[in-house]
Design a protein around this ligand. Structure first.
Ligand code: ADP
Ligand code: MG
Ligand code: MG
Length: 253
């Protein structure tokens, strides 16, 4: 089992404090969801964990199996077992999907133990079948000309191929129709059969959590986790809105 712990994390963007002491702890085998209104710092949390240089951690720690990854360069964070799927996946021209995936897998393996091509292709074929992807998508340039739904599906393919310890999935449901949402969820649930995987899912809407059922739900408001509960908390939020929770907690943000 691995653990990921965010301890009193403070993060600034352009000298403005966005995260004001975030705390949460999770283990592999678990699904945690972060919900919260727009502009509350959810994406800031994922960017800071992955090491986007625009997001400056001024206080606190992010511990992966007890090691503070905030002190590691970005590529080492990925090698340590973190995966970030972005709200807006980027296009990388000139490199095919399959090339990218193989390089990403090998970058996480020792030089003398690179993935054999046949093993790679077999795994790729299996994962693409799970995600209802056509073979042709692996030969296309990374994300170039992909629809929003195809990009999301492709990110889940990356996740399944790379097999990180923890994945932070930031609004993977945004812009997905119900069929695409089901496919993407199938991929994540497939990963969750593996005990050595945990995911932190950031979502604005409860809908996603009908397909990927969380063990723990954290609500973020104004740069802090203000409430933690079970899956029922997401349903309560859906019914009562964030305003209801603000009143309950006596917050004026
Ligand atoms: P959420 O994901 O919860 O919607 P964000 O983390 O994206 O919230 O944003 C939190 C706050 O930080 C917002 O006020 C937003 O305007 C600000 N912010 C986010 N990214 C940047 C950036 N790159 N530059 C300046 N301000 C930013
Ligand atoms: Mg936002
Ligand atoms: Mg966001």
């Amino acid at each position: 089992m691995s653990t990921l712990e965010v301890k009193n994390l403070h993060v600034e963007i352009e000298d403005k404090e966005i995260l004001k002491g975030v705390n949460l702890k999770m283990a592999t085998g678990e699904v945690h969801a972060i919900m919260g209104p727009n502009g509350t710092g959810k994406s800031t949390l994922s960017e800071a964990i992955m090491g986007n240089p625009a997001y400056k951690a001024t206080e606190g720690e992010v511990l992966l199996n007890g090691v503070n990854i905030l002190e590691l360069p970005v590529d080492e964070r990925a090698r340590a077992g973190l995966f970030l799927a972005m709200q807006y996946p980027s296009e990388i021209p000139g490199i095919t999907n399959a090339e990218f995936l193989r390089a990403a897998i090998n970058a996480r393996r020792p030089e003398d133990n690179q993935i054999p091509i046949r093993e790679f292709l077999k795994k790729l074929d299996k994962m693409m079948t799970t995600l209802d992807m056509t073979e042709e998508m692996s030969d296309r340039y990374l994300n170039e000309g992909f629809s929003g739904g195809e990009k999301k599906r492709n990110e889940i393919l990356q996740l399944m191929m790379i097999e990180p310890k923890f994945a932070i999935l930031d609004e993977i449901d945004s812009g997905l129709d119900i069929d695409a949402l089901k496919v993407v969820s199938r991929g994540v649930n497939e990963m969750l059969k593996n005990a050595e995987f945990g995911t932190l899912m950031i979502t604005h809407y409860q809908r996603l959590l009908n397909y990927i059922v969380p063990d723990v739900v954290h609500v973020m408001m104004d740069g802090r986790v203000v409430k933690t509960g079970g899956a029922e908390l997401a349903e309560k939020l859906e019914a009562e809105g964030y305003a209801g929770l603000r009143d309950e907690l006596g917050l004026d943000v």
